[in-house]
Design a protein around this ligand. Structure first.
Ligand code: 2AM
Length: 180
């Protein structure tokens, strides 16, 4: 199974991302745009895993501790690609998110996963292979609270990418943290 760890979104936040995606679609000549239900923020891509690695991924998630925190979208931008760019909504610089990513990837590396070393650039992919005259731009900020991270299975079913949550690690509220 092909796995990744991601932050999933609340309905209202997702709707705002969909509006951004649709605006970009209107401005584009070509592109494969992310279906609403597939929008997510990847924290770590694990690739093809067996059952043993599935257990190790869950245990790496269990060992991260974080309190609920906020993420905000403030711009859309692109990664240049031959044949059409990948466009994304950018998550603003965010210490709790950076720390969560660092702890999670440290735990995964300890468990033997090969996690890419590139600097974490938190982005939500809105579409791929996009040809457009649109320019990267700042947008009116919107956000949501993050209360958990999810282990996601990625499958291609009838030609479509289907992402299913198979495990969830919740944050701990500060009152719970104070009790321990
Ligand atoms: P992307 O949106 O930047 O392409 C599920 O496929 C998620 O894992 C996507 O968000 C994707 O990031 C990421 N992903 C897919 N293949 C990857 C790879 N080889 N290395 C790193 N991340 C990958």
């Amino acid at each position: 199974m092909r796995l990744f760890i991601a932050i999933d979104f609340h309905a209202e936040f997702r709707m705002k991302l969909v509006a951004l995606r649709d605006e970009l679609r209107m401005e584009s000549m070509q592109g494969r745009f992310t279906p609403s239900e597939n929008l997510h923020l990847t924290l770590a891509f694990l690739g093809e895993c067996d059952d043993k690695q599935l257990g190790e991924a869950k245990s790496a998630m269990d060992r991260v501790e974080f309190k609920p925190f906020s993420i905000h979208i403030g711009r859309i931008d692109r990664f240049r690609r031959r044949g059409g760019d990948l466009w994304w909504a950018g998550v603003s610089e965010n210490q709790p998110l950076t720390q969560l990513h660092a702890e999670l990837t440290d735990n995964l590396r300890e468990a033997g996963f090969q996690i890419e070393k590139r600097r974490f650039s938190p982005h939500i992919t809105l579409g791929r292979e996009i040809v457009t005259n649109a320019s990267p731009r700042l947008i009116e900020k919107f956000g949501q609270t993050v209360e958990s991270v999810k282990l996601m299975k990625s499958e291609r079913i009838a030609g479509k990418m289907v992402y299913t949550s198979i495990y969830e690690k919740s944050s701990r509220s500060s009152s719970l943290l104070n009790q321990s």
